[in-house]
Design a binder for this molecule. Structure first.
Ligand SMILES: [Zn+2]
Length: 343
């Protein structure tokens, strides 16, 4: 597959492992494990991905998850994801996985986590030019106590942070305040989906009650000028995923998407693909969207990469090395932008 903006170093902070499974791998795993999915070929997958709302998306996400029946499947998809990122000149990526889905199907947190880490390490061994961090995504609408407790045991052993996702509107941040306090005390870093399916009040709750310095999406912050001032003053980073927001109906179109307004308001914005396989996008495609739909030039795209590295959950040493490399001329010569990049 040819990717957009070859040579431009990219970094993404908001990438769901289970939303990034290659469609062929979904079919392959379903066949191998005899899982009866509602789609049998690539065409049927395309149709299943034609959702129109956030809740329909969550339902499709759960269907795809059913093909993951044993820990080794997580190792495979993690390794394949690293390959796909490296092919797009991604220098830094944070991958989040959702262990509560496989736990409901009988797998253990520890087995799934160990498999994801093994897959990422294998990918990294084959492609040492990419730095990675791992985030455990908790599901708001389920009891997160056991998973969160297990996650804390992996702090410093390959797991860097926790996140909450899922039904944001139905399960607000206040329910997770204690859990986030414990996670921070255990040495994990924190982010939270907010300001996606719910409004600015959800972002306020995430920063005030959960103590996050990063927000998954956060695009609806644009509705509250006071919140924008606080995000800027407290250097909160937004993990913005433009195509995701259009596909789940958070905004009606790229034209109405606040990426450019948030950027111009001085908020630290990063660009991510969220669930690239499910939204039929990729991180290079999202950078291309930023360029074409939002008028980002090369310097701004590189700035978005720098923002992501600076807000990353990796070590300070890794950040320094990545930022140093970013200041060097792009590998393989000049970055191609504008008309020159057209096929
Ligand atoms: Zn997400």
């Amino acid at each position: 597959m040819a990717y957009a903006l070859p040579g431009l170093p990219k970094a993404e902070l908001h990438l769901h492992l289970e939303g990034a499974i290659r469609p062929l791998t979904v079919l392959d795993l379903a066949r191998e494990h005899g899982v009866d999915l509602p789609f049998r070929d690539l065409e049927e997958i395309e149709r299943a991905l034609d959702f129109k709302t956030f809740l329909q998306f969550l339902a499709a996400f759960q269907q795809v998850n059913r093909c993951l029946t044993r820990p080794a499947d997580f190792e495979r998809i993690a390794r394949e994801l690293v390959e796909d990122l490296v092919a797009q000149d991604v220098c830094y990526a944070e991958i989040r996985y959702a262990p509560m889905h496989p736990m409901r199907r009988g797998m253990t947190f520890d087995d799934v986590t160990a498999a994801v880490i093994a897959g990422l390490l294998q990918g990294q061994r084959e492609h040492p030019n990419i730095a990675l961090a791992l985030i455990c995504g908790l599901t708001r609408q389920w009891d997160c106590t056991a998973a969160a407790g297990s996650a804390m045991g992996w702090a410093g052993r390959g797991l860097d942070a926790i996140d909450i996702g899922g039904d944001e509107a139905g399960f607000p941040a206040e329910q997770f305040a204690g859990l986030y306090r414990d996670a921070l005390a255990a040495g994990l870093q924190v982010t939270a989906h907010a300001g996606e399916a719910a409004g600015p009040e959800s972002v306020w709750a995430a920063i005030r009650l959960l103590g996050v310095k990063r927000i998954g999406h956060g695009v609806r912050s644009v509705e509250d000028p006071k919140l924008l001032t606080v995000l800027r003053a407290e250097d909160v980073t937004l993990e913005v995923c433009p195509t995701s927001n259009v596909r789940t109906g958070v905004v009606a179109s790229y034209e109405e998407h606040p990426l450019r307004r948030l950027w111009d308001a001085g908020v630290r914005v990063t660009i991510s693909s969220d669930d690239p396989a499910m939204f039929r996008t990729s991180i290079s495609q999202e950078y291309e969207v930023a360029r074409q739909a939002f008028g980002f030039d090369e310097a701004e795209l590189l700035h978005a990469t720098r923002n992501a590295i600076e807000a990353g959950f990796c070590s300070e040493e890794t950040k320094r090395a990545l930022l140093h490399d970013l200041a060097l001329p792009a590998r393989g010569g000049r970055v191609m932008l504008g008309r020159e990049a057209a096929p």
